[in-house]
Design a protein around this ligand. Structure first.
Ligand code: ADP
Ligand code: MG
Length: 280
């Protein structure tokens, strides 16, 4: 087994794309699981009211259950909410719930509305004295308040792109929005990683999408692509990641490779963040 290098400090990574169905959740949970399996300490914060990441990681998240909703509304701390993922010892989850869908409206008038998650995470990390190698935020397919909370709590953005015809449409908009978040809310935010998902080796289109992304973003697009795989899509119905459900299948192997690349890029990504401080 390849040993994954650990980052020299915690990496805070928001997995974002305002398009739905591009593989945000699938990539979040499987990369998190692969990193945990390789020995990293990982926290996944589910910021989508759908709670798909919570489902895939096998933690309960019904309406009325304690969730990240209580955290951003200030009723509970992350320490009280987080749950262990049953399949991986070093992987923990802050579950979401459908209740979170009320937050966008309920919090809209608060002056600090974009920083609620960041404050809660900061309080948790300083009070608990726990160390994580990676904190992932699985974002909803929107550019609303919950996504902005994730972009303010994160230092990096990982953008999954589905290898399909309209893949790059919307990417400009997303990068523009992240740029806005950078200039107004969180200067230390960098787009560190792009991952091409649902790649079909038999089609020219998949290759064309990859090549185009690579042409525009050569230093941040991962070499590894994620193939379409039935195992990947059925794993969540067993409350599992594909890393646990089908560890030797093509889907798990690809996500493991992607996670290794992410781990190997740690110092490069942390350097990008440090570079944002130079102009202060
Ligand atoms: P998002 O979080 O961006 O909305 P998801 O990760 O939930 O997207 O993926 C959308 C759908 O596609 C889900 O049903 C998921 O199981 C499926 N899916 C994601 N990645 C793959 C893949 N590589 N192969 C097959 N199905 C996939
Ligand atoms: Mg999702």
């Amino acid at each position: 087994e390849t040993v994954f290098p650990q980052p020299s400090r915690t990496r805070f990574i928001a997995v974002a794309n305002q398009k739905g169905g591009v593989g945000k959740t699938t990539s979040t949970v499987n990369i998190a699981a692969a990193l945990a399996k390789a020995g990293s300490r990982v926290l996944v914060i589910d910021m989508d009211p759908q709670g798909n990441a919570s489902t895939a990681l096998g933690v309960p998240h019904g309406s009325g259950q304690p969730s990240v909703y209580d955290v951003i509304e200030g009723r509970k701390g992350i320490a009280e909410i987080k749950l262990p993922c049953p399949d991986f010892e070093t992987l923990e989850v802050v579950p979401s719930s459908i209740d979170l869908s009320g937050a966008e409206l309920e919090l809209a008038d608060l002056p600090n509305r974009n920083y609620l998650l960041r404050s809660a995470l900061h309080a948790f990390l300083t009070e608990s004295d726990l160390h994580y190698d990676y904190v992932f935020f699985d974002c909803a397919p929107s550019l609303g308040l919950l996504v902005l909370n994730a972009l303010c709590a994160a230092r990096e953005v990982l953008i999954p792109i589905q290898a399909e015809y309209y893949a790059l449409e919307g990417l400009g908009q997303l990068i523009h929005t992240i740029g806005l978040a950078q200039s107004t809310l969180n200067r230390h935010l960098v787009i560190s990683t792009i991952l091409v998902t649902m790649y079909d080796r038999r089609t020219l289109l998949s290759k064309e999408v990859y090549d185009e992304v690579h042409e525009h973003y050569p230093s941040i697009v991962l070499e590894t692509t994620i193939p379409r795989s039935v195992r990947i899509s059925e794993a969540p119905s067993f409350g599992q990641t594909v890393i646990a459900y089908d560890p030797h299948g093509a889907g798990a192997v690809a996500y493991r490779e992607a996670a290794l690349e992410i781990a190997q890029h740690s110092e490069q990504a942390l350097q990008l963040i440090d570079d944002t401080r130079k102009n202060e």
